[in-house]
Design a protein around this ligand. Structure first.
Ligand SMILES: [Zn+2]
Length: 385
């Protein structure tokens, strides 16, 4: 099924097996960046690593058997899905001994991961729901107004309005200029009323069910007039003008809106990286590179973690205080021994979530590559640092 709302994740998070462990699997299937072969290879590597881990851990026979079956089923499912996949990501949760299985199509690419734990690992799903923009699409002409809600690349008509605006026929009683003028004035007053109503409905929607971006589809001549009467809150959300109009078929409306959304998301990413680079270059509130970024997380300085989508590197964790390191034998803070982790970037993302630090994934190639593929915007800087 498609990941669409929080309810799905909440339901999933409730699953618990009294005796067995759950496998959580995430695969980046974004074909705009990756070839089918690359996706297949990444999947096989994940499963292989999972199998190795099972071999080397001490689990009772039943638990292990259930996990082995999970991996078999997930591999078969992924092999089947990859060729036709048109979503940016795939998530699977499985606990074979409990006959538990859920798979999700994701609108944004996740980090490739395979986790075995007591509960389904839902954080990547929550992150996608939180980071994906909610769109309000308004299609407007002189008589009609339609509102669509678009989220996770799916949309539906939620409201419409038809106003009684006279059509531009000749005034009854003759074609003299005076009558025509009067009628034109009456028509434009009606259109103005219609636009005002449409602007009010949009404001009510924003208050009731906040959206991130407003896209408006209307002909050029109406644009500036409509923009003028929008409430400042709504105007601040206006992000694009669409070609679609009230007579455009729904699937075409959604397609145009999603296309523009993707372009805006890309621009948004670029703007974030540019802000980060500017901050770094002036020695401001930013750090770059894995070591410095881990330090900033360890010290609760990081406000937003910025990481290249598929960047991954091994590292170390202190199981006592959860601080992360790239090298060392013991934790400099409490002296406890450090344990190796396969991917310290994953651990950093997890730590960021726990510390209420935002996480932004950047698609390569980007300016972030020059700064070691990872960095953070900071809340503050330590004195002397
Ligand atoms: Zn420690």
């Amino acid at each position: 099924m498609k990941l669409q709302d929080r309810g799905q994740v909440e339901k999933l998070a409730k699953f618990k097996s009294p005796k067995n462990l759950v496998t959580s699997f995430f695969l980046d299937t974004d074909k705009s960046r990756l070839s089918r072969k690359e996706i297949g290879l990444a999947m096989k590597n994940l499963i292989l690593r999972g199998r190795d881990r099972l071999e080397s851990t001490d689990l009772d026979k039943n638990t292990k058997e259930s996990l082995v079956r999970d991996l078999d089923k997930i591999q078969a499912f992924a092999e089947d899905q990859i060729p036709a996949a048109h979503h940016a990501g795939l998530a699977v949760y499985s606990c074979s001994s409990e006959n538990f299985w859920q798979d999700f199509d994701l609108a944004d690419p996740p980090r490739n991961q395979l986790l075995i734990d007591q509960n389904p690992y839902v954080r990547p799903m929550t992150a996608i729901l939180e980071n994906h923009p909610r769109l309000c699409v308004l299609l407007l002409d002189r008589r009609e107004a339609q509102w669509y809600e678009v989220f996770m690349d799916e949309g539906r008509l939620v409201e419409n309005l038809t106003s009684d605006v006279p059509t531009k026929i000749q005034a009854p009683g003759g074609s003299d200029r005076k009558n025509t003028k009067t009628l034109e004035r009456r028509i434009s007053a009606h259109i103005h009323e219609h636009f005002k109503k449409a602007a009010q409905v949009t404001l009510d929607m924003l208050k009731k069910n906040p959206f991130n971006w407003l896209f408006v589809g209307t002909i050029d001549v109406h644009r500036s007039g409509f923009e003028e009467i929008l409430h400042p809150y709504v105007k601040a959300k206006l992000a694009a003008w669409l070609k679609a109009k009230p007579s455009t078929p729904t699937d075409q409306v959604i397609k145009e809106a999603v296309g523009i959304q993707d372009e805006l998301k890309k621009k948004d990413e670029e703007a974030l990286v540019a802000r980060f680079a500017a901050e770094l270059e002036k020695g401001g509130l930013a750090v770059s590179g894995t070591r410095e970024t881990l330090d900033s997380l360890n010290q609760y300085q990081a406000q937003t973690l910025i990481v290249t989508r598929d960047y991954s590197v091994p590292g170390l964790i202190c199981r006592s205080c959860s601080r992360l390191y790239l090298s060392g034998a013991s934790c400099p803070v409490d002296g406890k021994a450090l344990l190796p982790v396969v991917d310290v970037v994953d651990e950093a993302i997890e730590a960021a979530f726990k510390k209420n630090c935002g996480v932004r994934h950047i698609t390569a190639p980007s300016k972030l590559d020059r700064y070691g593929k990872i960095g953070a915007l900071l809340k503050f800087k330590n004195h002397g640092a």
